[in-house]
Design a protein around this ligand. Structure first.
Ligand code: CUA
Length: 341
């Protein structure tokens, strides 16, 4: 019995062990997440106090009744002054409950206003159109000068201290964008445009997860979110805006030819080449990403071979088909992809 008590006491500790890291609801690395976290803390304190008060009254009633002897009826004539006290206590309690609930309602309203005001306070500096697909994310960076626009996939970079307006669209079914360290959730709905503002405050790497069940590979629909210093962010933008460099080694050139003349270019785009399709992720700077297939595999030579050789084995149901390359073609294509830095 004592052991069970000890393991019950460990439960909250285990739950708290999940708080921290690149994907946590307790994160405060964004202005919006901190606002929501403050509201959550207030809810916990207020509801915790009321819970403690209810428990205290319950135990007090139990002890005053003399434990389990509930059959002992009070003397009717002697209860009048106590009734008055009870009535006052009841009114005070009702007032406390109404006051507490109203306080929480006002706090929720003010937090909601603050979240909305982060749009109005300063014009968002960063503008990203994020499109949900089964099962990957397309990110389109927009600039006042459209020639600077570029696309990337399954990752976004944001600078600290600036508001980023993320416009959300869905290509097929409902998805949900959620970077718990930075902000709350926002759904992506086919045929509608939604948005969310992120104002990151701390440099770091975070993980966004699709938070609305969207089919077989819903769990493999992650987005790598990197928050950079403004200088690092500017460097990343400059690198992303550049078109892909031409391959130079014979193997990479052979891979390039295969890519442009066979199935690959029917779905993927590489800026600066004839490949311009938008069915699958843009691969212009593939090797600068940390993961492939929306967080399914780490990026690297081995995983790229595995993914291209048998996409359905890695991510069953994904739209990337089995191409059936022979060993040389596979090595060549990977050699070409590895030039896309
Ligand atoms: Cu997209 Cu779940």
């Amino acid at each position: 019995m004592r052991r069970r008590g000890a393991s019950l006491m460990l439960l909250p500790l285990l739950a708290l062990a999940g708080c921290g890291g690149i994907q946590t609801i307790g994160g405060r690395e964004g202005r919006e997440a901190a606002l929501i976290d403050d509201l959550f803390t207030l809810f916990c304190i207020v509801t915790g106090l009321f819970f403690a008060a209810v428990m205290a009254f319950l135990f007090a009633a139990y002890w005053r009744r003399g434990g389990h002897r509930a059959d002992r009826m009070p003397d009717e004539g002697a209860t009048a002054p106590r009734d008055r006290g009870l009535r006052i206590a009841l009114f005070a309690w009702t007032a406390a409950v109404i006051g507490g609930l109203m306080g929480l309602a006002v706090a929720s309203f003010l937090t909601d206003r603050s979240l909305a005001y982060s749009t109005a306070a300063g014009r968002p500096v960063v503008s990203i159109e994020l499109i949900g697909n089964q099962w990957w994310w397309e990110a389109r960076y927009h600039f006042p000068d459209p020639s600077q626009n570029f696309r990337t996939a399954n990752e976004i970079h944001l600078p600290t201290g600036s508001a980023a307006m993320i416009t959300l669209k869905a290509n097929d079914v409902i998805h949900s964008f959620w970077v718990p360290n930075l902000a709350g959730k926002q759904d992506l709905i086919p045929g509608r445009v939604t948005d969310i503002v992120l104002t990151p405050t701390k440099v770091g790497r975070y993980r966004a997860q699709c938070a609305e069940y969207c089919g077989l590979q819903h769990a493999h629909m992650a987005l790598d979110v990197t928050v950079d210093t403004p200088a690092d962010y500017a460097r990343w933008l400059a690198a992303q805006t550049r078109p892909a460099a031409a391959p130079t080694t014979p193997q990479a050139i052979a891979g390039y030819r295969f890519f442009m003349t066979r199935q690959c270019s029917a779905c993927h785009a590489v800026a600066g080449t004839p490949a311009g399709a938008g069915v699958g992720p843009d691969l212009t700077h593939l090797m600068s990403r940390r993961t492939i297939a929306a967080g399914t595999l780490p990026n690297g030579t081995g995983p790229l071979h595995a993914w291209i050789a048998d996409p359905q084995g890695v991510k069953p149901g994904a739209n990337m088909p089995y191409i059936g390359l022979d060993a040389d073609e596979l090595h060549n294509v990977v050699a070409y992809l590895e030039t896309l830095k």
